[in-house]
Ligand binder design. Structure first.
Ligand code: NDP
Length: 517
């Protein structure tokens, strides 16, 4: 990562001009070194940014889908052309591996710029509506989607490109101005991408990055027309409460505790590879990580032995591409949470078969890839979001027990079911309470930008991707057009008994002939 500090300081210099007197430090979590300082913007700076964003929005909207699409497509190429620099910045503030940054951030970001540039117009085109209502016969009915104006995006630290910045792309494609408040732990990627958007020709003020702490996010909620929030369920509730004061719309992508069920007829090798990969991917710091596994008794021993063997072979560190499999943790307090969950499980009778400690590293924030067995629902590792490189595996009697335990959670983000009889596996998947479910797979549904992704239960409100993923940034406006009409419709004033009688008979004729069953 040579030269990264210099590059980062240049990016930070490109932060909003109204630099607040306060600053906060950004660390490289793989080493614990401070790599940059960013302005901690207060309510006044946010209000000024909001005024700027609103000022320039009408011209951005007026560019139309084609004009905005051109800039977004340029940015798609920019991301690929600057891939190495962006990966270096992402790695410097998250501690993730090169491959985790490439597979889940660069590829997502580049795909998303192209996807929204191409599909925004289709998703937001005027829709003709047909109606059976008597009073609108002969009239034209339409739905249109008008950009809301100024969108606030608040993001977490685990995927600074995909989860923070990614949600800005459809908001911009729809014709809104956007203010992004990245996590204080990972603001540098957003600043780097803002630089890219500028180079690609986005007008000044249409996209702004508001660096700062939690209070900066809270200030943003008060200034915008809609908040797209990704983060913990606890903060999501605070955001929703604050948004209620100004009746600001919210879309919330929150925490998860995703279960993976292995049925007795599963391909155990595939199930073991998938559970391990998507349990440890990005150091287990993915909202849709595999957080707990339920295995039917007949294949339990084989599954545990395969996962154990593969987990022992994982290489953890901060090395170059191809040299390490699992990186560091990103958020220092998260290491304490992971440790607490493992220690709690051990104290209640669980066995650690791989890992189980912070490991030995010269500095930074680390926890070893860890596999736990003999776990149950008295343990935090099975009931609370761990958000770390742990894979607790529980033996279940049958699929009924697996489904009951999978649903025994306040969360409902993603889930997976493994079984060779697809029809049967699908019937199990349909009984899991989650916003998304994969059969013989996990997580990759997130990359299908046509497929909505959102949480059930305490995992969120609303969704990203698909038509809903861009329409939420718009005011839906229902239009009715009367082109050919008489001077006065029959039901208008003055009321008279003759006309009322006729209308009454007409309604009876239309609606009064239904079955009495
Ligand atoms: P947090 O909820 O702690 O923070 C999220 C963002 O909210 C940060 O930018 C934070 O700023 C900001 N914030 C903090 N307080 C407030 C406030 N009062 N008002 C407005 N904004 C505020 O989440 P984490 O960053 O710890 O992210 C991890 C969580 O995100 C996990 O629970 C994970 O499951 C979830 N997540 C969900 C996803 C999904 O799609 N469902 C995807 C990715 C992650 P600051 O950092 O400066 O405190």
């Amino acid at each position: 990562m040579a030269g990264i500090e210099e590059q980062i300081q240049d990016d930070v210099a490109a932060a909003p001009a109204a630099v607040a007197p306060k600053e906060f430090a950004v660390e490289n979590p793989a080493t614990g070194e401070v790599i940059a300082h960013c302005p901690d913007l207060g309510a006044e700076e946010i209000a000024a940014m909001a005024r700027r964003g609103r000022e320039v929005q009408p011209a951005w909207e007026a560019l139309g889908f084609e004009g905005r699409g051109r800039i977004l497509r340029r940015m798609q190429k920019w991301v690929i052309d600057h891939q190495e620099e962006v990966i270096a910045v992402i790695r410097s503030e998250t501690g993730k591996t090169y491959e985790d940054a490439l597979i889940a951030e660069i590829s997502y970001g580049a795909a998303a710029f192209g996807f929204w540039a191409t599909n925004a117009e289709n998703y937001l085109a005027d829709e003709k509506v047909k109606s059976s209502a008597v009073l609108v016969k002969g009239k034209k009915l339409m739905l249109r989607y008008k950009p809301l104006g100024l969108i606030g995006v608040i993001g977490p630290w685990n995927y600074p490109l995909t989860n923070s910045f990614g949600d800005c792309i459809p908001a911009l494609a729809a014709g809104n101005s956007v203010i992004l408040k990245p996590s204080e732990i990972t603001p540098l990627t957003s600043l780097k991408l803002a630089e890219g958007l500028k180079e690609c020709g986005i007008p000044d003020g249409v996209f702004q990055v508001a660096t700062g702490l939690g209070a900066t996010g809270a200030a943003l909620v008060n200034q915008v027309d809609m908040i797209m929030f990704t983060g913990s369920t606890k903060t999501g509730k605070q955001v929703m409460k604050a948004a209620a004061d100004t009746l600001t719309a919210v879309s919330l992508e929150l925490g998860g505790k995703d279960p993976l069920i292995v049925l007795a007829d599963a391909d155990v090798d595939r199930a073991a590879n998938t559970a391990l990969y998507y349990g440890m991917f990005n150091g287990g710091q993915t909202c849709i990580s595999i957080e707990r596994v339920y295995v039917e008794a007949p294949v339990y021993d084989e599954f545990v032995s395969k996962v154990t063997e593969k987990a022992k072979a994982l290489r953890q560190g901060a090395g170059a591409s191809g040299q390490v499999d699992v990186g560091s943790m990103t958020f220092p307090p998260q290491v304490d949470i992971v440790e607490k969950h493992v220690e709690d499980a051990k104290a209640k009778g669980a066995r650690v078969v791989v890992g189980g400690s912070r490991g030995e590293h010269a500095g930074g924030y680390w926890y070893e890839p860890t596999v736990l067995v003999d776990v149950d629902h008295t343990m935090l590792a099975m009931t609370e979001e761990t958000f770390g490189p742990t894979l607790p595996i529980m033996k279940v009697r049958d699929e009924e027990e697996a489904i009951r335990l999978a649903n025994d959670s306040p969360y409902g983000l993603g889930a997976s079911v493994f079984g060779k009889d697809i029809k049967h596996a699908e019937s199990v998947a349909r009984r899991v309470d989650s916003g998304a479910v994969c059969i013989n797979d996990a997580l990759v549904n997130y990359t299908a930008l046509e497929l909505p992704m959102g949480g059930a239960k305490a995992s969120g409100l609303g969704s990203r991707h698909g038509a809903g993923g861009i329409r939420k940034y718009c005011q839906q406006q229902a239009m009715l057009v009367t082109r050919f009409a008489t001077k006065k419709d029959p039901h208008m004033y003055p009321y008279n008994a003759k006309m009322t009688g006729r209308l009454s008979k007409f309604f009876k004729f239309l609606y009064g002939r239904g079955s009495r069953d």
